[in-house]
Design a protein around this ligand. Sequence first.
Ligand code: GLC
Length: 548
Amino acid sequence: MAASDLARARHRDPDGERGSWWRHGVFYQIYPRSFQDSDGDGVGDLPGITARLNHLNDGTPGSLGIDAIWISPFYRSPMADFGYDVADYRDVDPRFGTLHDFDELLGQAHERGIRVIVDLVPNHTSDQHPWFQEARSSLHNPKRDWYVWADPKPDGSPPNGWRSVFKPVGPAWTLDKATGQYYLHLFLPQQPDLNWWNPEVRTAMDEVMRFWLDRGADGFRVDVAAALVHDPRLREEPTASGARRRWPRYWGLPDVHEIHRHWRKLLDASGDHMAVGEVSNDPARRLVRYYGRNDELHLSFYFHFMQQPWKAGAFRRAVAEFEAALPEGTWPNYTLSNHDRPRAASRYGPGRARVAMMMLLTLRGTPFIYYGEEIAMTDVPVPADRVVDVDGRDPERTPMQWDSSDGAGFTSGSPWLPIGPDSGTVNVERQRDDPASMLSFTRRLSWFRRSSAALRWGRFQAIGSSRTVFAFLREAPGERLLIALNFSETPRRLRLGSLAATEPARLELSTDPARRPGAVDLRRLELGSNEGVVVRLRQRGNRWTADR
Ligand code: GLC
């Protein structure tokens, strides 16, 4: 987006809030190992991302029209968790390039109007991080208290029954033999948890944030943002009738909110910056606590779409719960997939990917697209001898499929994970010039969204309670859109009641390439199986009420 467009978009923001780019824009998540390899080592890198920026946004509808990218970690790391184990927060891992490559990527992205947010991993470091190396060197090292240490029980076992999350789930404690104490790790033993009760840790992480903001980054995706603060008394997790609670207390005390408020101030004070937190899978009414009073992280990821069955009612409910729970002034967001979950096109089947994408880009809220979703990439089966992730997440992390060559245009070498067996057909090059492709559809939809105030920030209203069709209105002054998504395998006639009388209506977009834009009669409009449509309705006088 050109600077003038950004300024205009801000101007139109109903509550005039700063930072509106992160509300109105479309985000795209890049898993850097898998996006584009530029040096033939089989692993993606930062120069690779730079080389592919035109795919994301070259200023024309021939690109995806993306407004911001989130790049998963590219910092120095032993890669026990592929970068989520950081050994140096202020440097680029040589496998991904150099700081200079980052600056180049950022400059090139900004030239195209693409904002860049980077992954902040504050809950834990790598066990190779100099902080931890120092901390473990002796009981009295000044950095000892930067991590969470505890003595063994008298029988030598871990201090309590807290569990780590990766499979096979085990104790969240590992004994450091040299100093005779256990250290805490909610994830791998190679990912010791930082002690957020220690003010020096907070200051150190502020400095990490400033480092990237000073370089020009536009904000952060915050890893495990809710779990930073552990019970300082290390109390045993209370169990209800023997069962573990879904959200054990050691996965974050409410004291974390103070940290989020502090970050919000830091980000807002330093420019037009934002943070989106990976907080929890909690029901919406609990999840929204992480928005605070619109004074904590700008967005808290809403992961519920990743858990819904393919049912109109399930998605309608997920949206309604989120919309109803959001605190005053805060803003929703939606995600279909990420690097930790099976891809949407695999969960639902590639034939449904378009409806899912249409829903993502037309709801009220910031959409996050996962790389490859624009061509309906699916999870790739990974043979046992090529499994590299500790937690079974390889299938959704395979290389981006750019073309039908051996390395899928991703690499000239041998790729770190197998290339999808469908890369001969499911790839960017094949789909680029095919007007009926998923990619062409995604581009049309995204550029339509860019041109539509109603979709970018307009009000939202769900219509009806059909078991098969999820329908809703998006409205801004001068613009009124109906979105109807058929989640069933059979054609469905829309039942819109009085709304159908708001003719004339114009069909703007369909997931079905055979259906052309043009006038439609809403009383007769029949959606095909898994078809979604965007229909422009006549504007009724003064119906608009300012959004909250
Ligand atoms: C987050 C990341 C995941 C990582 C974990 C530990 O959940 O998304 O990929 O393994 O944190 O850092």
